[in-house]
Write a new protein. Structure first.
Length: 132
């Protein structure tokens, strides 16, 4: 049974030369864009993090559950980077948001967010949304 292969991140051995130039996203601080914290409620969602990009750069984002993009997520909402940091705030029932956000009730719910630099999607981060 290889049923779990799509769920496990690929772990590269440091001895593997083929991984050096790989474009596979690497979890952790090697990504140019990171998530440092979030609050997720039924009425509001706040995400915050760091981005190793110039001041004033705009970011865009997409929320996924598994490999399915979440249709109501405001991908077009621009996030402006301040001094290497960014924050995104969403309010339920406003600007096309659902009246209530879904609850993330368990570890490993499969939600993750991809954040990228507007007009330069190679600068990005893949960030798991995990309840602590």
């Amino acid at each position: 049974g290889d049923t779990n292969t799509t769920l496990s991140p690929t772990i590269y051995s440091l001895a593997s030369p083929s991984s050096i130039n790989s474009n596979t996203p690497t979890p952790g601080s090697l990504q140019p864009i990171n998530l440092s914290g979030f609050s997720w409620g039924q009425d509001s969602i706040t995400l915050r993090g760091e981005a190793d990009v110039p001041y004033g750069t705009f970011l865009q984002s997409q929320l996924y559950q598994g490999d399915q993009p979440i249709s109501w997520w405001p991908t077009d909402q621009l996030i402006q980077v301040g001094n290497k940091s960014w924050i995104m705030y969403l309010q339920a029932g406003k600007n096309g948001m659902p009246e209530k956000f879904p609850t993330i009730t368990e570890r490993g719910s499969g939600y993750y967010i991809r954040i990228w630099e507007k007009d330069n999607p190679a600068i990005n981060g893949y960030l798991s949304i995990i309840l602590q």
